[in-house]
Design a protein around this ligand. Structure first.
Ligand code: HEC
Length: 105
């Protein structure tokens, strides 16, 4: 019985790690989704990045800023009234990739 429980634990741990690693990898497509997400950074004021930066217009110059992540967090905490997100998170990396993808157009 005890062995079964341990086996169950090991199995669910394995499943969890598989589903976690299968979770979002940084991508500009995910970034675009977040850019249009009114709940980014647990924001509740119905604003997304796209509310002000429609279609990412005018972001071309921002794409090469070395402080891009800080500026993104500035807009999350300010206009979105949300909580800043970790600079090394999948979300931040994806938002950065999305904004950088706008430059190439
Ligand atoms: C209420 C309007 C508003 C919202 C919502 C908003 N921003 Fe901004 N954002 C601004 C303003 C105003 C500036 C400063 C003026 C400018 O550079 O356009 C700015 C500047 C920026 C810049 C720097 C632009 C540059 O040219 O260097 C980036 C990048 C940026 N915002 C990203 C975001 C992201 C990502 C979101 C969503 C988390 C967001 N913003 C949400 C108003 C907004």
């Amino acid at each position: 019985m005890k062995n079964l429980m341990i086996a169950g634990l090991v199995l669910s741990a394995a499943f969890l790690s598989v589903s976690l690693s299968a979770a979002e990898k940084p991508s500009s497509a995910f970034g675009k989704k977040l850019f249009n997400d009114t709940h980014l950074g647990s924001s509740v004021n119905d604003r997304s990045c796209n509310t002000c930066h429609i279609g990412g217009k005018g972001m071309q110059k921002a794409a090469v800023r070395s402080d891009l992540a800080a500026v993104i967090n500035f807009c999350i905490a300010g206009p979105l009234k949300g909580k800043k997100i970790a600079e090394n998170s999948v979300e931040m990396q994806s938002l950065t990739l999305y904004i950088q993808s706008l430059k190439e157009k």
